[in-house]
Design a protein. Sequence first.
Length: 440
Amino acid sequence: MLKRKIVLIVLVSILSFFIGCKGKRNTDVQDQNKTKKEDLRKSEIETKENANPMSNLTQQKEVFKKILLEQLREGAYHFSPVGSDMMKGSISMEYIETSSDIMFKEVQKKGFKQISLELFNSKIKKIFGRVLLIDSDKNTLYINYFDPCSRVFYSYPSDGIYYNGTFIYKKHRMVFDYYYLPEIVPYNNEMLNQEKEFSSIVYNKEYQMDVEIQKWYTVEDLAQQRKQNIEITANRNLYLFNDDKSKLPWLLQNDPLFMKNLVLQFGWEEDPKLVKWVAENFMEAYRERGSNWQLDGLFWHKDCSGKFRIKKQVFQALLELEYIDSIRTMWEYSPELNAITGWALDKFEEKDLEDNEESHLNFNQKCELFAHVMFLVENAKGQHGKFSEIKELPEYYFIYKHNREIFEKVEPVWVENDFYGLEGLSEVYFEYIKNNEVPE
C-alpha cells in the first residue's frame, strides 16, 4: 500500500512537471507571438514610411521623373475641336503629394520654417475653420473658396470657374495651390527632347475624346510663371504660419483674391492692416461698379457650426478710413454708406431663418447687424449730442423716419442687448431720434 502511494506521488509529480513545462512553453509562445506581432506592426509602419516616394533621394528621383514624363506627355493645355480650352481632368493623390513635396523644398529656400503640428492645427482652425486630425493618416485637406464649409475633396487644379480652392498639407504644415511639376521647376534637355517627340494629340479622359494639346516647352512665360507660383506659395505660408507680416504688401499686390477670401469667406480678422485693405477695396469697388454683393462677407460671418458674429474689426476699419473722415468733416453725401444702410434694411425683408442656416440670418442677428450699421452711419455722419447744431437732417433720423416699423421691431432687441455695447447708440436713438429732438 505504501509502495502504491509512493508510485502515485511520483506519477503526480512527473505529470505536474510536464504540465508546468507545457504551460511555460505556452506562455513563452504567446510572448513570442506578441513580440512577432509588434515587430510585424513596426515593420508595416516602416514599410509604409519607406513607401513614401520622397522618403529617400533615389525614390524621389524615380517618382519625380515618372510623373514629370506623364505630365509632359499630357501637355500644358487641352483644346476642343473648335479651339476652346478644355479641362484636363482630375489629378491623383500621388500627383498632389509630389507637387507638395517639390514646392516645400522651394519655399524652404525662401525662408519658410516648418512649425509644430499642434501650432499648425491651431492656426488652420483659426484661419480656415477646419480641424486637422493629428493621428489620422490623411495628410491633405481641400479648402473650397466657393463653399468654405464643404468637406468634399476636389482633386482638380483651380480654374476659378468650376473649381476654386487650395490644399492644406499636414506633412509639411503649409497651404498650397496645386501646380503641375513643369509649373514649379525646370527640366533638363533629356526630358525636353522626349517631350518634343510626344504626340500633339492625346486622349482626354474627362471628356473621353482625342484632343490637341499645347506642349509645356512652347508656353512663352513658363519661367516667369514658375517664379510667381513659388513666390505666392512661399509668401502665403511665411505670412500665415511664420507670422512674417512684411509679406503683406507683396501679397496684396500679387495675391489679392486669396487675401480677400481670408476676410470675406473665412472671417479672419487678426491682421488690422489686411482688414483695412479689404474695407478700402470695398469702397473703391463700389465707386467703380456700384455693387454691394460683397457686403454679407464684409460685415458678418457664420462658421460651419452656425455660430454668428459681427466683424467688428471691419466696422472699425471703415471708421478709420480717410474717406470716412472726409464725410465726417465735410458732411458729404455718401452713396457707399447709403448702400450699406439699404442693404441692412433689406435684410428685414428676407425670411427669418433658423440659427443653423449658414448663409442667412435670423431676426436677432439682423437686429445686431443693423445696430452696427447705424453706429457706423452715426459716427461717420455726425457727432454724439450735436445733431441740433447741424442744419441738415441727420442721416440716422432720415433712416428712422422712413423705416419706423422696422425700428419699432428692433428696439426691444436692442434694449435687451444693451445696444451691444456700442457707445452713444442708445443716447442718440432715444434722445435725438425716437423723441424727434432734431430740427424739422
